[in-house]
Structures are given as structure tokens and as C-alpha cells.
Design a protein around this ligand. Structure first.
Ligand code: FAD
Length: 485
């Protein structure tokens, strides 16, 4: 199964000595090595390593590496369970950490089942005609809860070890029963999966190109009166935290996109470059310009991911969380440009990306001589090499996997409007207006102080030490420092 091959690659890389420092790290929770996919980030360095792992491993499987969903879900749950406990005096964090110990020790592959079927988009969960449009609690028992409802678009549910279920949106008091989070194996009693596999091309032979070996599977996950044991329940009715948990996952996932989308750009850039060479148009100026577009998207999104890591913050659970502004801006850039990137490849490749004759025609006695002459456009390449290149371009451009990458680029991690909302919440438009008023001569000065103190977070303690040093150096209190500086 192509999706299993992707997940298998993540486990293989963890065994590879060269990848060890990147794919594996030390966990203080279990006191031993753990996969980076099941690790709670502690610092900007951890978030940058996560981005790098996502980008580098995604390249090898031709796209989505899939394991980041579980990573983002456990990080979100660690933060949110702590915050619920601090507000409500519950004990979810301890329970979640027990679960995480099991998760890390067994090198579990978790997927995140966040997106509900949703039904009527303009109605809240409790207002839906179909109560199963969102996963909800039917009954609370002494030793667990009974849940029903439907999730959809759930990547790797069919082959992940565990489903990590969290709410998909903000909730009101009437939606209390929809405020539920838990983890459970997908083959648990009462769970049905309706799975849709996607891959580039069926290929049974042993010399399939790597691109054909990998793919993904999406599932509708139906919960039909499912019993979830108490020790696996991490939110149960705390509707005020539905929004927070939904966003903690989504924002962490948008940060992960700053790693995987650059990998997709890397692949498309390589393909466009190879197509240009096969067409012998590599040195032409418009081609050079087009190739630079891929570099621009990939590196700007990656840079936004690094900035999000450097300007992240320590949460009450001591999990280090990426900066929302930079994570969302990076994700937004890549989502907007994904169709353009495919378009650039198509422009460079020409119509052959959709019309290449079949492999069988290249082999058949009656057609192979004509096709061998037709396929060579650059004398440096043999007919077979040329066919291989164009076959690769064809499947990269026109397969179901290409369409999956395009739609994932737009909606994965939340629809574009969600990034706009996040940015509008984070961005200080008022200070920009004040800047304009100052430059226009309406106001006599402009106060830069808020951003003057916005420093990379190399761990809160270090930042605090640096501030203290500055304060003592200048012999003044914190509030004065801002003004003096
Ligand atoms: C390839 C792929 C893989 C995915 N993998 C996962 C996964 O592993 N786990 C997971 O949980 N999810 C996954 N998703 C789901 C993804 O997070 C959602 O597709 C995304 O959040 C959008 O939700 P939706 O598909 O329900 O679209 P909708 O929310 O229905 O959005 C469609 C349009 O309706 C608009 N809209 C929706 N509601 C409102 C409203 N109330 N008011 C105004 N406008 C509205 C949106 O802005 C958008 O323009 C995946 C998606 C894709 C495409």
C-alpha cells in the first residue's frame, strides 16, 4: 500500500545513522531516545529540526510525509490539557502524559482526526439536522465515555496505530457534548473506516520509479456508539477550550506546512529543471526566471517556518509553540502559489506532460521506432532516458496524486480564510496606521517600542537573563528600559 510505504520510510530513516540526530531525539518523559514525530518541542531548535525533518523526508517520498499530523496533535494536546487543568482543576495533563509515555515507548504512529463531517457549514454542531455531523459524547460513564459522529478527510487513518481525535471549531455552551478529545486505535469496536487511497500510478514491476511507490489514503471515520476508556479521554465537555485546542493543532500544522510545502516546491523545481534540460531550453531567460519562482516560494515559506520557531513561545505545559504570525504567513504563501507552481512546470514541459504515449507503445515493434525518434529533444539523452523523464513529468503533473497535492496545498491545515483570521488576530494594523500618520506628518512621533522588544526566543529563561543583564547594565527598571532603548 503506497501510504504504508511513506510511513515505513519514516521508521527506516530513524534507523539510519546519518539521520539519527534529525529523526530521533532524547525524551525526558521516557528517559530514552524517541522519534521526533512523537516528541514535545522544547525550544526553537526543536521546531527547526522538525521543519528540516519534514522537508527532507517529504522529498524522499515525493510529497506528504504524513507523520506530522500526529506530532502536531500531541503537542496541541499537551498544551491544552495543561491549560484546562489550570483553569478548571481537572487532571487531563497527567492523564495525557501517561498516554504519551505509551506513545513514545512504542514509537506509535498517530493520525489526527480533527475535521468533522460538519453538515451545514453555517450551523453550529448542536444545531445540525444530523447530530452525527460532529463527533460528540453520548454518555459519560464511570470508566469512560460513549461517542458517536463522523470525521472526514482523515489522512492515514487506515494504517496509523492510533486516531487522535480533537474538535474542529470553536464551541458554545450548547455544544458542550461536542467538546471531546481522545485517542483510540482505528480498529476499535464501533469504528468504521471508508477509505479512499490515492497514489501516482499502479506499478507492479520491481523497477518502478520511487514516485510510484508512495501515496496516501484518506478516510471517513464513523464512530458508532464507541466506548473510549477514561484514561484515553483528554477533553470531556470543556466547550470553552474547543477553539483553543482546534487552533493549537491547526497552527502547529501550518508551521509543519512550512516544511512540507517547500519539499513539494523542491520536487516541482527539480522536475521543471529536468524538463527544461530535456527540451534543451535550460539556458533560455524565461525558463531561468520560472525556476527562480520555485526557489522563491520554497525558501520564503521555509524562512517563515524558521522565524516562527525563533519567535515562538514557551507554554504553561513547557511545550515550545511556533509564532502564529510567521507560521500562518508561510502556510498562506504556499497555499496561494501551489497551482501556479504546477502551472510553471506545465509551461516549461509543454503538452507532452499530458499526451505522452504509453510505455507499451514505446516497447511495441510497430510503434517503438517512431516513438524513439520523437521522444529525443536533447541529443544528450538517449530515447529511454528521454521517455523516463517525460513519464516522470507526466505523472507528477497529471496523476490523482498531483490533484491531491494541489487541494492539500489549499485546504490542508484549514481553509485559507482560517489563515486570514489568524493573521488578523495577530497582526497589529493599528500600529501600521500610526506609522502612516507619523510619515504623513499628522502625528509628531511614532512609538516602535512594542516591536523593539520582540526578540527571538532562545528559551524564555535566556531571554529573561538577557533582559535582566540589560536592565542592570543600564541601572533602570523594566518599564524604563523600553523608553531608554
Ligand atoms: C488532502 C487533505 C488532507 C487532509 N488531512 C486531514 C487530516 O489528516 N486530518 C484532519 O482532521 N483533516 C484533514 N484535512 C481536512 C482539512 O483540514 C479541511 O479540508 C479544511 O480544514 C477545510 O475544511 P472542509 O474541507 O470541511 O471545508 P469547509 O470548511 O467546508 O470549507 C469550504 C469553504 O466554505 C467556507 N466556509 C466553511 N464554513 C464557513 C462558515 N461557517 N462561514 C463562512 N464560510 C465558511 C470556507 O471558508 C471555504 O471557503 C485534509 C484536507 C485535505 C484536502
Amino acid at each position: 500500500m503506497p501510504g504504508v510505504n511513506v510511513v515505513g520510510t519514516t521508521y527506516d530513516l530513524a534507523q539510519d545513522r546519518e539521520w539519527k540526530n534529525l529523526a530521533v531525539t532524547h525524551s525526558s518523559i521516557v528517559g530514552e531516545e524517541t522519534s521526533r514525530w512523537s516528541y514535545l518541542s522544547q525550544s526553537p531548535y526543536d521546531l527547526i529540526q522538525k521543519l528540516k525533518l519534514i522537508r527532507m523526508s517529504s522529498r524522499l517520498v515525493g510529497g506528504c510525509i504524513q507523520r506530522c499530523m500526529g506530532h502536531d496533535a500531541i503537542n496541541a494536546l499537551a498544551i491544552c490539557t495543561k491549560e484546562i487543568d489550570l483553569t478548571k482543576g481537572t487532571h487531563y495533563f497527567e492523564r495525557f502524559m501517561d498516554y504519551l509515555r505509551f506513545y513514545q515507548k512504542n514509537d506509535i504512529d498517530g493520525c489526527c482526526a480533527q475535521t468533522d463531517a460538519k453538515g451545514d457549514r453555517l450551523k453550529r454542531p448542536s444545531q445540525q439536522m444530523n447530530p452525527d455531523a460532529y463527533v460528540h459524547i453520548l454518555e459519560e460513564q464511570r470508566d469512560g465515555i460513549i461517542v458517536s459522529g463522523m470525521k472526514m478527510n482523515i489522512t492515514q487513518a487506515a494504517y496509523a496505530d492510533e486516531l487522535i481525535v480533537i474538535p474542529t471549531r470553536a464551541l458554545k455552551e450548547n455544544d458542550r457534548n461536542y467538546a471531546v478529545a481522545f485517542a483510540i486505535p482505528a480498529d476499535w469496536e464501533g469504528i468504521r473506516l471508508i477509505t479512499y487511497p490515492v497514489w501516482t500510478k499502479e506499478c507492479a514491476s520491481s523497477d518502478c520509479p520511487p514516485l510510484f511507490k508512495y501515496g496516501v489514503a484518506e478516510s471517513v471515520v464513523v464512530f458508532d456508539h464507541v466506548f473510549i476508556p477514561k484514561e484515553r479521554v483528554f477533553m470531556c465537555g470543556e466547550w470553552e477550550f474547543g477553539h483553543r485546542l482546534a487552533l493549537l493543532f491547526a497552527d502547529s500544522h501550518r508551521h509543519s506546512y512550512c516544511g512540507c510545502k517547500p519539499a513539494v516546491s523542491d520536487i516541482l523545481c527539480g522536475a521543471a529543471s529536468l524538463a527544461a534540460q530535456a527540451n534543451n531550453i535550460e539556458s533560455v531567460s524565461h525558463v531561468q526566471q520560472k525556476l527562480s519562482e520555485f526557489a522563491g516560494v520554497a525558501e520564503l515559506a521555509y524562512a517563515a517556518g524558521i522565524a516562527a520557531a525563533l519567535y515562538g513561545e514557551v507554554t504553561s505545559a513547557e511545550v515550545f509553540f511556533p509564532n502564529l504570525k510567521y507560521a500562518n504567513i508561510g502556510r498562506r504563501l504556499t497555499g496561494r502559489l501551489i497551482y501556479k507552481e504546477y502551472n510553471l512546470l506545465t509551461e516549461i514541459a509543454g503538452g507532452i506532460a499530458a499526451t505522452l504515449p504509453s510505455y507499451e507503445d514505446f516497447q511495441a515493434e510497430e510503434t517503438k521506432h517512431d516513438l524513439q525518434k520523437l521522444i529525443v529533444r536533447n541529443g544528450d539523452f538517449s530515447p529511454e532516458m528521454s521517455r523516463k523523464i517525460w513519464s516522470f513529468i507526466q505523472y507528477l503533473s497529471t496523476s490523482p496524486m498531483s490533484a491531491w497535492n494541489e487541494v492539500a496545498g489549499v485546504h490542508g491545515g484549514g481553509s485559507p480564510i482560517m489563515e486570514t483570521l489568524a493573521l488578523n488576530q495577530e497582526y497589529d494594523y493599528e500600529s501600521r496606521k500610526k506609522l502612516a500618520r507619523y510619515l504623513a506628518g499628522i502625528d509628531s512621533d511614532y512609538d516602535n517600542s512594542a516591536e523593539l522588544w520582540d526578540e527571538p526566543t532562545f528559551g524564555e529563561s535566556l531571554k529573561e537573563n538577557k533582559r535582566e543583564n540589560l536592565r542592570s547594565l543600564m541601572g533602570c527598571t523594566g518599564s524604563h528600559v523600553k523608553k531608554v532603548i
